[in-house]
Write a protein of this length. Structure first.
Length: 263
């Protein structure tokens, strides 16, 4: 188990990182992708088939890769901004949670609170259990006291409402990164599938401006190396370079196209 959270550290230090989305609910794929050199991997519990058992298995696989020299850290995108889902993912060992569809400061505050054990100076609502994987099944006496300091909240701005409230969301203490969900955001704007539309690009700039104002990191999903470079030049430091399914499909289709056999 990791004690320090490298994702939180990189976000706070504004260090550029690159990750990958895991959508196949496969521990083997998670372990393989972890060995490829990514800084972090997001286990997708919203659009992928992963349940709690799958999340735990993939976190184990990522940790196994780290034991053998890989640097990737695991994060989990939960299905909804729901404390019960966050609690289970964190009990499995996740230190970083990606929250979908954050539309207001109140949403962001609830997200942060769901990650934290109650403390006098913190309004946490996470249920306390030390006998879980995250606490080495009760063998790590440091876990309960230290978990809050390593909790990392990444909130998705993916609707017109979220965009309108992005300044207030960015101001929330405990939010570590504003992640721009261009697919859902474009749909919310009436531009389904048009993630590179000028209005969507302007929305990205609005999120970047709010993040700079409140010293928060920005993340985004890039479908190509060129797109990732463009976002990096704009100041995005937390970039997801496609997904396990994306790389599998691209590798297969590129190879078949290169072979170019008449069948």
């Amino acid at each position: 188990m990791r004690f320090i959270n490298p994702i939180k550290h990189s976000l706070k230090s504004a260090k550029p990182t690159v990750g990958c989305w895991l959508t196949l609910a496969s521990p083997a794929v998670a372990e393989l992708i972890a060995h490829c050199g990514f800084d972090w991997l997001v286990i997708d519990g919203e659009h992928g088939p992963s349940d709690t058992q799958d999340i735990a298995a993939q976190l184990r696989a990522i940790d196994a890769a780290a034991f053998n020299g890989a640097k990737a850290a695991g994060a989990v995108r939960v299905t909804a901004n729901d404390p019960s889902l966050v609690k289970r993912a964190m009990d499995c060992g996740a230190q970083t949670i990606v929250f979908p569809n954050i539309n207001s400061a109140a949403d962001a505050q609830a997200a942060v609170a769901s990650m934290l054990f109650p403390q006098p100076e913190q309004r946490g609502v996470r249920g306390v259990a030390g006998m879980v994987r995250a606490g080495s099944y009760g063998l790590d006496s440091r876990y309960v006291k230290s978990a809050n300091s390593h909790a990392c909240a990444i909130v998705l701005i993916e609707s017109v409402e979220g965009l309108e409230n992005v300044d207030a969301i960015a101001e929330v203490e405990g939010v570590d990164c504003l992640f721009i969900g261009t697919a859902d955001l474009s749909a919310s704007m009436g531009l389904l599938g048009q993630t590179r539309h000028d209005d969507v690009k302007a929305a990205v700039e609005s999120v970047l401006a709010a993040a700079r104002k409140h010293s928060k990191a920005v993340g985004i999903f890039a479908t190509s190396v060129e797109e990732a470079r463009q976002y990096r030049e704009k100041g995005v430091t937390f970039i997801a370079l496609h997904s396990d399914t994306g790389w599998l499909a691209k590798g297969a289709t590129d190879a078949l196209a290169a072979l170019d056999l008449k069948r």
